[in-house]
Structures are given as C-alpha cells and as structure tokens.
Ligand binder design. Structure first.
Ligand code: KIV
Length: 271
C-alpha cells in the first residue's frame, strides 16, 4: 500500500482549518475494532482511545489502573478498523508524569506498536517538560485540562472544576502553556461554559469540550455513555442518543427464552 493510501483523512492541519472556518469537531471514544468501524463509517472526525477503557471495558472505578500494554492493545484494535478519523490515544496514568525520559519512552511505544496518529495527556504546566520532550520526537500531543480523571485522588470528587477564579486563571495559564509548547488541540472537561468559551477564543488550536459548553470548537463523549450502554453514569453534560442497555437486555432475554422453549435453532437454522 502506498504511503498516501495509508494516511488518515483528518490531520492536525485539517482540525486547525475546521476551527478557523467555524466547523465544529466531533470526537468519540472507542476501544475495539467493531465499535471503531461503525463510528468511522458514521463520519466521526476524531476517535479517542481513552483511558476511560479502564471504566467501561474493564470495570475499574477510576482510570488509574489501566496499563501501557492494555492501552496499546485497545489502540491496535481501533487502528485495524479506522480509515478516516484521526486516532488519538490516552497516555495512561504513571507513564508520563514521573519524568520526561519515561514519557518519551511510553509515547514512542504507543506510536510504534499501535501506529496511532497522536497522544493525549492530562495536566498543564506541571507536565510541560514531558509534553516538550514528546513533541520534540514529532508526535502530535493533545492536552486535557479541567476535570482530569487521572488526578481524581487529588480532587476527591468528579464535580465541576474551575468555578473559582484562581482555578480558572490557572486553567487559562495551563492552556496557553500547552498551546505555546506546540500541542495541536486541547480537551476541556467539566468546567463552566463561560470559561470554555473564553479558552476557545483565546487559543488558536481547537478546544474540544466534554461538559465545557457550546462555545468550544468541538465535543467529545464516551461512546458507551452516549449509546446508553452504561446506566449508572448520568452527568448533566451527557446526551444519550440511544438506550442500547435495554435493547441488549431484551435481545439476550429473547435468546435465552428461545433456547429454553426449544424454538432456537429451527429447521432453517441447522444443517
Ligand atoms: O478517557 C476518556 O474517555 C477521556 C474523555 C472523557 C475526554 O479522556
């Protein structure tokens, strides 16, 4: 296959152009081949192989336990499916915060072994050395500020961030630092809409929100949440587009009942 044939349609440059012409960017998580194939077919701009896989795929309470190997496995599965969207992979907790040398090592492993397009990291000025080192290798980096789930034990809750002026100012400083370092985009999670709008208009790079209001340059949701597969998680920002939980439950109940009643398989379903 030619190099051109392999390259993704959505690039960092295209995302910048989308922001400049006011076209909103769509982003969803995916962790496996089948789901990634469907959301690619639907025309999504960015797929995030999020460390939320720790929650929705593995059942952990936080995103902290997921490992580099597990993230690479999810990213490889998604990459086998995807043609058009940019694929961004979350760097898992503990693989980039400690020191920048380890950050580069982790980043290179994800990019080499998954062939994804970019990485996402949580945090601002405190991780800027790692961000710089990763960017220096030529890997595109997306930032993530506001509610950063890898720091949940520092925050103590999943409540809205940066309501207070000091925290809002720190968030703006962090956002500017990430843009100046060379990040190509930024995720803002669970912050007041007014602050989301302020950051998006201050930065040249696209700002993608999850619970950051409508004044940002794009939106991201966790696929399993917006499809209604997960039920226990119901923040205000979550719009459910389906109730797959109930549909699956009904389908599986019908299957069990057809087996028990000896209706399945019927004449046409056997050899
Ligand atoms: O891991 C994830 O799914 C994320 C999104 C919530 C932005 O980081």
């Amino acid at each position: 296959m030619s190099l051109e044939g392999k390259s993704r349609v959505i690039t960092t440059h295209k995302l910048l152009e989308m922001k400049q012409r006011g076209e909103k960017i769509s982003m969803l998580t995916a962790y496996d081949y089948t789901m990634a194939k469907i959301i690619d077919e639907a025309g999504i701009d960015i797929i995030l192989v999020g460390d939320s896989a720790a929650n929705v795929m593995a059942g952990h309470e936080t995103t902290l336990p997921i490992t580099l190997d597990q993230m690479i496995y999810h990213a490889q599965s998604v990459m086998r499916a995807v043609k058009n969207p940019m694929v961004v992979v979350d760097m898992p907790f503990g693989t980039y915060q400690g020191n920048s040398k380890e950050a580069v090592h982790s980043a290179i492993r994800i990019m080499k072994e998954s062939e994804a397009d970019a990485l996402k990291v949580e945090g601002g000025i405190e991780i800027i050395e790692s961000v710089n080192r990763i960017l220096s290798t030529g890997i595109p980096v997306m930032g993530h500020l506001g509610l950063t789930p890898q720091s949940i034990h520092k925050f103590g809750t999943y409540s809205v961030r940066a309501r207070e002026e000091a925290e809002a100012e720190k968030l703006i400083e962090d956002a500017v630092a990430l843009e100046n370092a060379g990040c190509f985009a930024l995720v803002l999670e669970k912050i007041p809409a007014e602050l989301g709008t302020k950051v998006a208009s201050r930065l040249k790079i696209p700002v993608i929100g999850i619970g950051a209001g409508n004044g940002v340059d794009g939106q991201v949701l966790v696929l399993h949440d917006m499809l209604g597969l997960t039920q226990e998680f119901s923040p205000r920002f979550l719009r459910r587009y389906h109730n797959l939980h109930d549909e699956m439950l009904g389908a599986v109940k019908n299957y069990i009942s057809d087996i028990k009643s000896k209706d399945f398989p019927n004449e046409r379903e056997q050899y």
